[in-house]
Design a protein around this ligand. Structure first.
Ligand SMILES: [Fe+2]
Length: 279
């Protein structure tokens, strides 16, 4: 591989030293996807990219997602920049995997920093492959086959404990989904499907289920699995949404922090077994 990379933490994250043309070539050659599989999070510094370049790069990784927010989604609470969907961002403060309200989540997300928070606003990432691998054999046996109900409202509640009726209606517009606790990937690797959207373990006593989810969340966010990104102007950060979770640290919502986000659609359902069974 032509790219020069440096590990940010032993178990997660690499800094990629490159220029835009080399980055595009690496994306087209599949090298970026391979790195995302191996390292979970990639950071590129010192290349200022506009929306057109960000989209071209995203497209080189796979089909671009546009949800209902356009292909460039502005992650900000600045209503001039994002008048209609800024409320989605409240969920960003809780550990989550993007789009647990779908069966097939995005493969990767790319953020380009446009305006930074003067304080806070770091983004944290946790490697859910590594967290699974390090579980004891007993825990692996215990959780294999367990299924968890995911409700986006649970992610939002952490940041907005007293939501308005309108906020509640928006959150509840997203469907509940049931996902396995262990994601058996087509590659043969396994990762944890831990996310604050996970509310109950099906078929388990409610309190016991909540305790298990809390214990796994605490485990998966241990120091060795987590990389905390301190943003600098023009940083580009991307992550493999199928093998990591992430969250933003709190910042002043009026400070104008702005990231441009693009998404690479996924093709692997959380429940790979179900797709095989249905085929
Ligand atoms: Fe997210």
């Amino acid at each position: 591989m032509a790219l020069k990379t440096t590990d940010l933490k032993p178990r997660i994250g690499s800094l990629v030293e490159t220029d835009y043309d080399s980055l595009m070539k690496a994306a087209e050659a599949g090298d970026i996807r391979r790195l995302l599989e191996e390292r979970g999070v990639l950071v590129i510094r010192g290349i200022s990219i506009d929306d057109e370049r960000q989209l071209a790069f995203t497209r080189a990784l796979g089909p671009v997602g546009d949800r209902d927010t356009g292909m460039i989604y502005k992650v900000t609470f600045d209503k001039r920049e994002n008048p209609t969907h800024y409320h989605y961002n409240y969920g960003n403060f809780s550990w989550h995997i993007d789009r647990t309200d779908t069966d097939v989540p995005p493969y990767a997300t790319i953020l380009a920093a446009k305006r930074l928070a003067p304080e806070g606003g770091q983004t944290e990432f946790a490697n859910t492959y590594a967290a699974y691998e390090d579980l004891s054999g007993e825990d692996k046996r215990k959780i294999d086959g367990l299924r968890v109900l995911h409700r986006l409202e649970s992610s939002y509640r952490e940041a907005v404990p007293d939501p308005t009726a309108e906020q509640l209606a928006t959150w509840r517009g997203h469907p509940d989904k049931v996902h396995p606790l262990v994601w058996h990937h087509r590659s043969g690797r396994n990762s944890l499907v831990t996310s604050m959207s996970g509310t109950e373990v099906l078929g388990m006593d409610r309190q016991e289920g909540e305790a298990l989810l809390a214990r796994l969340m605490a485990w998966a966010t241990r120091h060795e699995y987590v990389y905390t990104h301190e943003w600098q102007p023009d940083d580009i950060v991307m992550w493999n949404n199928t093998g990591t979770m992430h969250r933003a640290r709190r910042y002043d919502l009026d400070c104008g922090r702005l990231m441009h986000r693009t998404v690479v659609l996924g093709d692997e359902p959380f429940d790979t077994q179900r797709r095989v069974a249905a085929a």
